[in-house]
Design a protein around this ligand. Structure first.
Ligand code: ZN
Length: 73
């Protein structure tokens, strides 16, 4: 699979990304496994990772303005 932006090769990596929960809340998830393009740094989340993120965000019941979580936890 090649980068949809530039056609470069994806490499597996670990990063932290912010996700918007609602208009006032952002969650930063650390230690996320991503595929990142070696050429333009565009990244891609695999479906299984995306599903787990949805679960993590869905399980938050008090929406702080900013919350930092670890993917592996
Ligand atoms: Zn690229």
């Amino acid at each position: 699979m090649n980068c949809y932006m530039c056609g470069g090769q994806y490499n597996e990596g670990i990063t932290s990304l912010p996700f918007k929960v609602d208009d006032n809340s952002i969650v930063i998830i650390k230690n996320l496994p991503v595929l990142q393009c070696g050429s333009c740094r565009e990244y891609l989340l695999e479906d299984a990772v995306m599903e787990k993120i949805d679960g993590i965000i869905g399980s938050l019941n008090n929406h702080a303005e900013l919350e930092i979580l670890s993917y592996a936890a």
